[in-house]
Design a protein around this ligand. Structure first.
Ligand SMILES: [Zn+2]
Length: 246
C-alpha cells in the first residue's frame, strides 16, 4: 500500500546518500520519527534539499510506502527557520540537545501528538529567548522524561508518600525510587542530594511556571542530575553530546 501524505515535521538530522541525494531524519506529526530520501537533495538548486535542513520546522509531502524503510520526500516548505536560535551558540547547542533526545531515544514510526506538540512548542520558546537556553532545555527534558514513564514527583515523596513543600524543602533523586523527601534521601543509598533551589526549580519547570529562579550553574547541575537518572533508566542512552562540553 502506498499513499501521499502531507504533514508537518522537524528535521532532526541529515545524511549524504549516493552522489547527489540526501537522507533526512524527521520527527513528523502524523507518522512519528521517519527517514526520508530527497532525490538530488544535495544539488544547490534543490529547494527541498535546502529547506529540509537540521532544526527547520517544515511542511512536507511524502510518498509513503509501507514496505519501504526510507520514504520519498517530494515537497518541503518552510514553516519556521528559528533564526534567533541559529545566531546564538548556547541556544543552538541546547536546541540540538533536544533533537538528540529524538534521535537516540524515540522509536521510529510511533506517532505521538503530545510529544510532537512539545517539540514544536519548545523550539519556538528557544527562539523567543525568554530565558536561559539551559532552562528552556530543562523544561523539555523534564517533560520528555515523564512522558517516557519516569515520574519526577515534587508533591509527594516517592518512597514514604509524605507531602513535599517545594518552597522550603530539600529533596533527593534516586535512580530506582525517584524523587525523595530529605529523610528518605538520607536513608536510601545512592541518592543524589537535591538542594532547595533545585527542588523548587524542578517543581516550577514541571508546572510550566515562567520563573524557575535558576541561575546558569543550577541549571547545569539539574540537567546533569536528570541526565544521569535517564542513563540509568535507559542504559543505551549515552548522554547528551551537544551540551557535554558545557
Ligand atoms: Zn520520604
Amino acid at each position: 500500500m502506498s499513499a501521499i501524505i502531507t504533514t508537518e515535521a522537524v528535521v532532526l538530522n541529515t545524511y549524504d546518500f549516493s552522489n547527489t541525494s540526501k537522507i533526512v531524519v524527521l520527527y513528523t506529526q502524523k507518522l512519528g520519527k521517519i527517514s526520508a530520501l530527497i532525490k538530488a537533495g544535495r544539488d544547490k538548486n534543490s529547494k527541498i534539499g535546502r529547506t529540509a535542513d537540521i532544526l527547520n520546522l517544515i511542511s512536507i509531502v511524502l510518498y509513503n510506502k509501507d514496505v519501504r524503510e526510507v520514504q520519498l520526500l517530494t515537497q518541503a516548505d518552510m514553516v519556521a527557520f528559528f533564526g534567533n536560535i541559529r545566531e546564538d551558540y548556547d541556544s543552538l547547542l541546547h536546541a540540538h540537545a533536544v533533537l538528540e533526545l529524538f534521535q537516540y531515544l524515540v522509536k521510529e514510526h510511533e506517532e505521538n501528538q503530545r510529544l510532537y506538540a512539545g517539540l514544536r512548542k519548545i523550539l519556538y520558546r528557544f527562539d523567543q529567548k525568554a530565558e536561559l537556553p539551559a532552562v528552556t532545555f530543562l523544561r523539555f527534558f523534564i517533560f520528555f522524561i515523564e512522558l517516557a514513564g519516569y515520574e519526577l514527583s515534587t508533591q509527594f515523596c516517592s518512597n514514604c508518600g509524605r507531602a513535599a513543600d517545594h518552597t522550603k524543602d530539600e529533596a533527593g533523586l534516586n535512580n530506582t525510587a525517584g524523587v525523595l523527601c530529605s529523610d528518605c534521601a538520607q536513608k536510601i543509598p545512592h541518592t543524589v542530594h537535591v538542594s532547595q533551589e533545585l527542588f523548587n526549580a524542578l517543581h516550577c519547570l514541571k508546572s510550566g511556571n515562567r520563573e524557575s529562579g535558576l541561575q546558569p550553574g543550577g541549571a547545569i547541575r539539574l540537567i546533569s542530575m536528570l541526565e544521569s537518572f535517564l542513563k540509568y533508566q535507559i542504559p543505551e542512552f549515552q548522554g547528551l553530546k551537544s551540551i557535554k562540553s558545557i
